[in-house]
Design a protein around this ligand. Sequence first.
Ligand code: C2E
Ligand code: CA
Ligand code: CA
Length: 578
Amino acid sequence: MQKILVIEDETSVRENIIELLFAEEFEVICAENGRQGVRRATAEVPDLIICDVMMPELDGFGVLTELRQNPATSRIPFIFLTAKADRADWRQGMELGADDYLTKPFTREELLGAIAARYQKQLALQQERDRELQQLEQKYRHRLQTDSLTTLPTRLMLPSLLEQATAKITASEPIVPLICLGLDRFSRINDNLGNDFGDRLLVAVAQRLNASVRMGCATIRLDSDRFAIITPPSPSRTQAARTTETILTSLRLPFRLEDQEIFITASFGIALYPQDGRHIEQLIQNATKALNVVKVQGGDDYQFYLAARHGYSENDLALENQLRYALERQQLQLYYQPQYHLQTGEITGAEALLRWRLDDGSFIPPAKFIPLAETSGLIVPIGEWVLQTACQEAKIWQKAGFPNLRVAVNISARQLERPDWRSSLVKILTNEDFPPQLLELELTESILLRDTEAAIKALQALKALSVRIAIDDFGTGYSGLSYLQRFPFDKLKIDRSFILNLHQDSTKSNLTQAIIEMARYLHLKVVAEGVESAEEMAWLQERYCDEIQGYFFSHPLPLEQFLKFLDPRNRGSMNALG
Ligand code: C2E
Ligand code: CA
Ligand code: CA
């Protein structure tokens, strides 16, 4: 219990309380009337509120009623102050959901006692919630950690498997190789022989991998046709190369399925702990880079990650130079992809997606230039432009008769790290006179992994502005769901890799169902991204997913077209959704 809001119209009483609390090293903020109190509580979300009952205009009951209705403030412990011990007042306060009552004049001990009691109660509630969540996670643990198709561990197991391996490092065996492999041209098998056949082949591949790796290796299914192998500590890269060659050779042998002989090959990328990364995300990322080089060269081979080889290319440098001028030359533009509520059938808002169009009319995809903008630091001015433009353009649709539509903006880790980022956000909101509750910031998990405590603080400071926060691409990272409850998220966006054909894929549907159920427990709204078909939508609707976003409903659209799309008269073809 650190920050306490005191709402009291009588100056002497207010100052008395403030002094008392200061002496106890609480952070104290105050308000001189009920209206101001509600505003401060909503803006700063204190840990506790002490509020007078009798105040002109909005009295204490009014304050409590308003705060209890707003999800951001509904759970803040609330202590009433009253001049007389009036039973009717007391009953009304308690019925509205006050936590305690103090009668003026009260002693220092009474005040501190009431605060301490609230603190204990909050702590107990938090522990209770932690326990319930653990039980829920226990229930899903097996599903989340074991791939239902191949029975291999899933990517959620990567951090602990890496830890187990690195714990065994010795002076003579100082490295842990991580091998990523992807089957070559696997989608052709699915397309030509059907998904069932593809699934059976994946099971056979998983078995062969397990049979061909050396003792003590862990095999993990990353996603559809990609696997990772963490080997025990090695003396040198030679041993990693040998292990990889063994697997590579074993996969070349034909697979016999339904009396057919199938030949497949795979591409391998290897990253070494610690020199290629100490964190699992970094190792997987680097091994994948090496794997992708092999794929481009035709597959059926392996490569080690080498920072120099996979670093900046000439092309990247040229592109980065062009990106420097993109803002000035007005080559950047925002497209909007609507989000659709599955139960109410309404459009709730849109995600702003950045587009870079060169003067010759060609588009560079964000997947290519956003990483460049991040490594070069250009993401900071570009991100600021995105935020400002999104607010300006969202005001256009709000004025066009859709005053409650939210706009969601992607924020990269590099932006959030900047100490002045929050103040530039405040400036934009003020200058554009934009209602903060209609702005949603989309953050990815990677932002939160490194320094959790600092990240929680930064997000709480954002929440205090009343902006909404969504966790993006959920499911692609390595953290479990219980981790989420420590962060003040409003929304969870399930990554589109889980949604594609999930109605035909038990691994994806199991995971998605677990994510939806746990998100509901944490009071998070759930959005499914990348919904491309009626079947996917129907599956999600049956499981009470809140919202969808994807090509099935609409592609991202330039502002003009998005405004047209909002008009129900232009959406005849979407009847299937209504
Ligand atoms: P994201 O935030 O996950 O955005 C969703 C991406 O999925 C978009 O790609 C969108 O066009 C695409 N998408 C939407 N529906 C479907 C579907 O049904 N099927 C498929 N296959 N794809 C769908 P886009 O616009 O190419 O953006 C790629 C990524 O670039 C974004 O992924 C985001 O991480 C980043 N990005 C885009 N704009 C910004 C921005 O303004 N700032 C920052 N920091 N990153 C941005
Ligand atoms: Ca996003
Ligand atoms: Ca996403």
